[in-house]
Design a protein around this ligand. Structure first.
Ligand code: ZN
Ligand code: ZN
Length: 857
């Protein structure tokens, strides 16, 4: 480090130095801990200019004391002349007014010079001490003629920067320091401390691993070897691979040499962790871990200048998704590199340059007999190189496919932002020497319920594996068949006339309009079970089949039903009681499937005693919550949180139905970005097997639907992902230069949230959250975002993002919006983008909105 120096201060001290009376033959008793301020100095010794910051100046190695005993045994006397080239220098005595010895003041302000500092000290008790040193810049230290320390790089002077263990004999000990000056400040400070094991084991960098260019690693003890026995009795060394499941590959006792060979396999470049388990001299244990890379570092070239020597290998028995992923890889690598990667089967001869997709003969051979093929449904995966070969592998159903897409995302910067917008950075050359990556999902079923996320190719690329019902998608999906199914199984048109007793008894009368079923009626159980079995046989590809309440209230009030409800203390009691029986009856025929039911609105409160069966999934819904603040922090959400935690405590499988949009106004600003991650984490912490994020599902045009569907896909796969990074990456990739303004707008929108501004599913334009000054400021931001857009395509994306703000203005100020052009522009963008839903209700809402603005006076 090079600091700017204070010129005036330096001149003043220099004056004092010239008036100093030299004293001869000094030695002094050292007080431990006190800085040594009195030294004999010789300089400036000329050096060459530094070649680089990491080495000594040229000439530093010269022994300028060669004719005066040499650096190994210097004969020092204040006033004595030493010839350096044609110059004559004199040893001077210098006492610093403070702990730092300023060589700028004492000797010279020149750069590219060195100086000697010499001190004789008297020690009463022989033994090991700590020489605590700080220097600006590099230097070297001799104690009684033995070199014990060397530092090459430029740096600032920091007291106790180096803690050097030194041995002092009884009586006089000679200290010689050589300090070099690379530029600006030139100074040092030194003191002697008692030797103490903690000082080293707590702050010293005691060990390092160095790997030679031939790939051979050695463990180095950083301090002087004389100190090894002072610190440690013994130490055990263990080396583990830095894989997802670390494997012990080497273990031995430390030889206690300054340098020890680590005799691990050196043909493959790899990352390791060295664990040092040492016994200190005072009997305490000291454990230290060091990460290092070892093995021969060979550069492999995947492609260069539109040519490749690699081929893609797919197993003959590869799954559909593995084959598709291989063709996707071939297609995208061609676009990125311009090179043609041929696909061959694993019946082909093994070849040195292969990208092997999934578990097959070729990957099996490389991974060895110890490697166990992942389970079919295992979605975790890895991709790594084994020498020149690349293996991309996970479970056959989707794991391998995900390995391919993550490989393209992480190694090549590919992104599938929306079904139509993909980024594919071109790259002339791709070299690697070590690739090793592992991922696993935080959730089993990931259902991103945005219209934009229903595109099956986009969904597969972004690892979305859940859907409502069946969807044709590479790798298949974990479908959830239907919801609100009571009347689907038992339509009132079919049964009510002949059997009104199957339906809710309300105020003494059986009714079917906006009602439920009488679940204690044994016929209801028979009919639903039979019909559910038919559904399961006809739609075998779903994971969960819904037997659930209609989307309104009015549960049955008959004595039988209410007896169960009052025993369980909640309406959910009779639902679980009923669904458990259905699940029990389908279990034998469908052992891998689940029967799902809702914990929603009037059934959200958990029952007191009954527990859902092993093959029952409770679909817990967050419809009543505040989404300005996360579940944990908002007082409005505490009751919900208690219900969630209670269900989670006794439910074998919880599946969440969560809400991420404003249902009444899909197309209005909804500042809930901040709660997405914490809420997903809360669900995962409560053992959810799946999450459905219900959003604007009927049409494009939901507020930031592209960004939100993308972000949600990343969060459902990995709830720990850095949300700001994902958002920023998307904003730049999707909006280009305009992205910086979209970020400003998002920040401004979320700044409107205060502790008392709770927002729910039906947030209104008149809510106190929104102000006219927010609309004005946001309008300015969008104006800038549009001006800066690179091209018309991006400008149109910005306009689409602007719709919610325009909608908000139209709702709050229809008269001005009509006359200043906001409304007209809003309508034309809606038309251009083909948006059919501003809210869940669809067409009637659009008509009412248009009328409201049109007729405003
Ligand atoms: Zn009943
Ligand atoms: Zn709140």
């Amino acid at each position: 480090m090079i600091f700017k120096k204070n010129k005036w201060n330096s001149i003043l001290i220099l004056f004092i130095v010239f008036n100093f009376n030299p004293i001869f033959g000094q030695e002094e008793k050292i007080v431990l801990h006190e800085f040594i301020t009195n030294w004999n100095l010789l300089g400036p010794l000329p050096l060459g200019k530094i070649d680089n910051e990491l080495s000594h100046n040229p000439g530093f190695e010269n022994d300028f004391l060669l004719h005066h005993g040499g650096e190994g045994n210097p004969k020092v006397k204040v006033g004595k002349t030493v010839k350096v080239g044609s110059n004559k220098l004199k040893w001077i005595e210098y006492t610093s007014p403070n702990s730092i010895i300023s060589l700028d003041n004492a000797i010279s302000k020149r750069s590219n010079v060195a100086a000697y500092a010499y001190k004789e000290i008297s020690i009463e008790k022989e033994g090991t001490y700590i020489f605590a040193l700080g220097t600006n810049d590099g230097g070297r230290l001799w104690i009684n003629g033995n070199q014990v320390w060397d530092h090459k790089e430029a740096r600032g002077c920091k007291p106790d920067n180096d803690l050097i263990p030194v041995y002092f004999k009884k009586g006089i000990n000679k200290i010689l320091l050589k300090i070099e000056e690379k530029g600006n400040n030139w100074e040092f400070c030194a003191r002697i401390l008692p030797f103490d094991i903690d000082t080293f084991t707590k702050r010293g960098k005691l060990f390092s691993v160095k790997t030679s260019s031939r790939g051979i690693s050695e463990l180095r003890f950083s301090l002087h070897e004389s100190v090894i026995d002072k610190l440690f009795k013994t130490a055990k060394l263990e080396i583990y691979t830095s894989d997802k499941d670390p494997v012990l590959v080497w273990s031995d006792q430390w030889t206690k040499d300054k340098i020890m060979n680590l005799d691990i396999e050196d043909q493959t470049f790899n990352s390791y962790t060295l664990k040092i388990i040492a016994k200190r001299q005072d009997g305490k244990e000291w454990i230290h871990e060091l990460r290092f890379q070892s093995g021969l570092k060979i550069n492999y070239t995947l492609y260069d200048k539109q040519k490749t020597n690699y081929q893609i290998v797919v197993g003959k028995d590869a799954s559909e998704s593995e084959q598709w992923a291989a063709s996707e890889l071939k297609k995208y690598l061609k676009e990125i590199s311009g090179a043609e990667f041929n696909i061959v089967s694993d019946d082909s001869m093994t070849f040195v340059n292969e990208i092997i997709i999934g578990f097959n003969k070729h990957s099996q051979k490389l991974l060895g007999d110890g490697f166990v093929e992942p389970e079919l449904m295992d979605e975790s995966f890895f991709y790594k190189n084994i020498q020149s070969n690349l293996v991309l592998l996970g479970g056959k159903q989707r794991g391998t496919m995900y390995a391919v897409f993550s490989f393209l995302e992480n190694e090549f910067g590919m992104r599938w932002y929306t079904p139509n917008v993909t980024t594919l950075p071109k790259r002339e050359q791709f070299n690697f020497n070590r690739i090793n990556h592992y991922e696993k999902p935080t959730l089993r079923v990931r259902n991103d319920f945005y219209y934009e996320a229903f595109d099956p190719v986009w969904a597969a690329h972004n690892k979305i594996n859940g859907a409502m019902g069946f969807r044709e998608q590479h790798g298949d999906i974990e479908g959830y068949w239907a919801v609100h199914t009571f009347y689907r199984f038992m339509p009132p048109t079919e049964f009510f006339d002949s059997h009104p007793e199957y339906y809710s008894l309300i105020e003494g009368k059986r009714i079917h309009e906006r009602a439920q079923l009488c679940l204690t009626n044994p016929d209801v159980l028979e009919i639903i079970t039979d019909r559910l079995k038919v559904v399961m046989r006809e739609n075998p590809s779903n994971l969960i089949y819904s037997v659930s309440q209609n989307d309104w209230r009015n549960p049955c009030q008959c004595d039988n039903c209410q007896a169960i409800v009052s025993k369980e203390g909640a309406e959910s009691g009779i639902i679980v009681w009923f669904v458990n029986q259905v699940a029990e009856r389908v279990k034998e025929e469908f052992p891998d499937k689940y029967v799902g039911t809702l914990a929603y609105q009037y059934t959200r409160k958990p029952p007191k005693n009954i527990k859902p069966k092993e093959n029952v999934v409770i679909r817990f819904c967050s419809i009543e919550c505040c989404f300005a603040h996360d579940f944990e922090s908002c007082p409005e959400n505490q009751e919900f949180l208690i219900d969630l935690e209670t269900w989670s405590s006794f439910t074998p499988h919880l599946y969440i139905w969560d809400y991420v949009v404003n249902f009444s106004h899909y197309i209005m600003p909804y500042p809930n970005f901040m709660v997405l991650q914490p809420n997903i984490k809360t669900f995962i912490d409560n053992n959810s097997i799946g999450i459905m994020e219900q959003a604007a599902y009927q049409s494009r045009g939901g507020e930031f639907a592209e960004l939100r569907s993308y972000l949600i896909s990343k969060l459902l796969w990995n709830s720990e992902v850095n949300v700001d990074d994902v958002i920023d990456d998307f904003l730049v990739g999707f909006y280009g230069r305009s992205g910086q303004y979209i970020r400003k707008y998002l920040d401004l929108l979320h700044e409107q949230i205060r502790p008392d501004t709770h927002i729910y599913l039906g947030l209104n334009a008149s809510d106190k959250l929104f102000t006219n000054s927010f609309i004005e400021e946001a309008t300015e931001i969008f104006n800038k975002a549009e001006i800066i857009a690179e091209n018309d395509e991006i400008k149109e994306r910005v306009e689409l993002a602007r719709l919610p703000l325009m909608y908000l203005k139209c709702k709050r100020d229809p008269v001005n919006s009509k006359y200043d052009g906001t409304f007209e522009r809003f309508k034309s963008i809606v038309l251009r983008e083909g948006i059919t839903h501003f809210a869940e209700v669809g067409e009637p809402h659009i008509r009412a909105f248009m009328k409201q603005v049109d007729q405003a006076e």
